[in-house]
Unconditional design. Sequence first.
Length: 116
Amino acid sequence: MTEIKKYLTELPENKQQWLVENFGNLDKFYVTVYLIIKNEHLTELEKPDRYEERLQVIKQVKKKLECILDGIGLNGEDVVADIASDYFEDYVQYKESYCPITNEEFVANIRKITNM
């Protein structure tokens, strides 16, 4: 278990409950952030058509999530940075992360973030 995963499981009950209510469970929250970071990184690397616009949207979602986490008493920038660290560690080791959410759940979570 990574440090950020351990941190999430040790959060006070009310903060864990908020994450569960809004993301399904702690793993789905973690993977949602992980996939945001992954999409940002791969968009920067691959530069698909209209990548600047896509990258701007991804960064806006990430920043909004950081602000939301700040609002519930977590340091959003640190939480996102710690999950990003896990992603980049996996990336340099060519390791695929376990992904307990579907694409539909991921998109729904992104919509929730943008509408909060």
